[in-house]
Design a protein around this ligand. Structure first.
Ligand code: AMP
Ligand code: ZN
Length: 138
């Protein structure tokens, strides 16, 4: 449930101070120290889960509604016009802190957008093969 070497466990459970914007029995929401934009928030579950594969579905089910509530507050409170919800799993996906967290990043008119990629091209047959490989594991 808790990892003594994990900084987000310490922050989520209040052992290390943080710019907290929301707290309940399952989560603490803090402002990111290296924000992508003004108001960039991190939803930290209080229990320690390494990533989404390791997480409790009951707690995770509450995250999207909370992200929506935070995004709405960023719009009314900060004047954001949109927001991104981002969650990284594993080093190749950019995860740097191995305590599951969800980024809620307010976006402003004229400001940068996140999660930009150059669309590739894939044949339908290849999509079907890829779909099969994932479906077999579900
Ligand atoms: P990720 O790359 O998804 O693992 O995101 C980790 C995020 O945590 C980064 O955006 C960091 O800026 C942020 N971060 C790391 N340490 C702290 C901290 N002590 N307080 C607030 N944010 C932090
Ligand atoms: Zn932790």
């Amino acid at each position: 449930m808790r990892d003594d070497n994990c900084i987000f466990c310490k922050i989520a459970n209040g052992d290390i101070p943080s710019a907290t914007i929301y707290e309940d029995k399952d989560f603490r929401v803090i402002l990111d120290l290296g924000p992508a934009s003004k108001g960039h928030a991190l939803i930290l579950p209080k229990p320690h889960f390494k990533d989404l594969c390791d997480a409790d579905p009951e707690i995770m089910a509450k995250i999207m509604p909370l992200a929506g509530k935070l995004g709405k507050a960023m719009k009314t409170g900060l004047g954001a016009s949109g927001f991104n919800v981002v969650q990284n799993n594993g080093a190749s996906a950019g995860q740097t802190v191995y305590h599951l967290h969800v980024h809620v990043i307010p976006r402003y008119e004229g400001g940068p957008k996140i999660v930009v990629w150059t669309p590739g091209k894939e044949e339908v047959a290849e999509l079907e093969k890829t779909a099969e490989r994932i479906k077999k594991q579900l």
